[in-house]
Design a protein around this ligand. Structure first.
Ligand code: SF4
Length: 397
């Protein structure tokens, strides 16, 4: 298996936020994409070979994203399997999301929780309901929990800290347990307080860093329209000593632009704080309320799987998060050693593991369409592979 690349980090007291790099990164990526040509098979082979020992430049990564022929695609597939999936002993790391609230003031057109949707069944968890959800998740053997919530003003940073603290207490001294947070963007001070309450890391999908596309999807959202504030959220978390996960929602913009900008962001975080994100999120637009969406930037399976492979080839130390928006078959053929996996997500609604299960309809109260598995089926399926799952991996290698 390939060794991690050399660290380019050198400590500086003054750090720069990603928004300061954004104009030049955006310009560079646009220029690369304007000029990139589909590479020959020989060129793909050379780039893959180079990636074994050196960090790839953005133009080389763009060429991999531009591969068209089946041969080049299969060459990348063989390369990733050979270099990042061993004959045995591969491990996935599970994260179990717990939804805290589906009340939202923002209006993302791809989300069932959008304030514009009047027929969504909304709910938020009380501390007692949280306890029951956490116990359900722990009873199933899962000790790494992600809080997910919409932009709900009821959940102030102080209240979030209370929920984190409560969950940490329930998790107790379970080795490898931890709490992550996927919420509205917060201040550095909020993140410091949350870390003190026991938070391990944050999760934020940038949705897309293509400004005009971002504005098209989020311009009507009172909080989410703040493109720069949101873009610097990973910096604020890193400054507070938290781990982070970054990513885009595939389907909002040109997937090649999105992948290149996420790689630029991962490199920025490494250069500024000495730490890459621990994972790239890989969500793709999915049906909401049972209705399919077909945006102009739709990402088909071929593009999606290309993006998954390119993330790994370009940034071998960062995992990819395979999750319930996709079919298990697609996840299984793409999974690599160290990847993050979610096999069950509480039906993407508050109370989905246990509380309110009978009162909130998944179609009307879930954020988007998902393909959940029971743990027993997940593990049964995994037995046929050379992978195992770690349900308590925080603090491990
Ligand atoms: S994606 Fe998040 S912010 Fe946007 S409507 Fe849904 S819950 Fe609200």
């Amino acid at each position: 298996m390939r060794k991690p690349g050399l660290s380019q980090f050198s400590w500086r007291k003054e750090t720069k936020m990603f928004s300061e790099f954004y104009p030049s990164a955006d310009k560079e990526v646009r220029s690369i994409l304007k000029n990139v040509k589909s590479p020959s098979e020989e060129k793909v082979k050379d780039i893959l070979e180079k990636s074994k020992t050196e960090s790839l430049d953005l133009p080389e990564i763009a060429e991999l994203l531009e591969t068209r022929g089946d041969q080049s695609f299969e060459m990348m597939r063989d390369f990733t399997l050979e270099n990042f999936r061993g004959p045995e002993g591969n491990e996935l790391r599970n994260i179990s999301p717990i939804y805290l609230s589906s009340h939202c003031i923002d209006k993302c057109g791809y989300c069932q929780f959008s304030a514009s949707r009047t027929d969504t069944q909304r709910t938020r968890l009380s501390l007692n309901q949280l306890e029951r959800e956490v116990l359900s998740v722990i009873d199933e053997g899962n000790n790494v929990i992600e809080f997910t919530l919409a932009t709900d003003p009821d959940f102030t940073p102080g209240k979030l800290a209370e929920y984190v603290n409560k969950t940490k207490k329930i998790l107790g001294d379970r080795k490898g347990s931890g709490v992550l947070l996927c919420s509205d963007y917060l201040t550095e001070e909020d993140y410091k307080n949350l870390k003190e309450a026991g938070l391990w890391g944050i999760i934020q999908w940038d949705e897309t860093l293509d400004r005009s596309k971002y504005e098209k999807w989020h311009g009507q959202s009172p909080r989410k329209k703040n493109f720069e504030e949101r873009m610097d959220n990973h910096d604020r978390a890193a400054k507070s000593g938290l781990e982070s996960a970054t990513g885009v929602l595939f389907g909002l913009s040109d997937f090649r632009y999105d992948v290149l900008m996420q790689i630029a962001k991962a490199r920025h975080l490494h250069n500024e704080y000495g730490k890459r994100p621990f994972v790239f999120g890989t969500p793709r637009l999915k049906p909401i309320g049972g209705k399919e969406m077909h945006p102009i930037d739709e990402v088909d399976d071929r593009k999606y799987e290309t993006a998954l492979m390119v993330y790994k080839i370009a940034e071998p130390d960062v995992a990819r998060w395979l999750q319930t928006r996709e079919m298990p078959e697609l996840n299984f053929r793409n999974m690599l050693d160290g990847d993050v996996y979610t096999y069950r997500c509480g039906e993407v609604k508050p109370g989905g593991y246990q509380v309110n299960k009978s009162t909130v309809n998944s179609l009307k109260g879930g954020q988007f369409g998902v393909n959940e598995m029971e743990r027993i089926d997940f593990e049964e399926k995994l037995k046929k592979t050379n992978f195992s799952v770690n349900y308590s991996w925080i603090g491990g290698d």
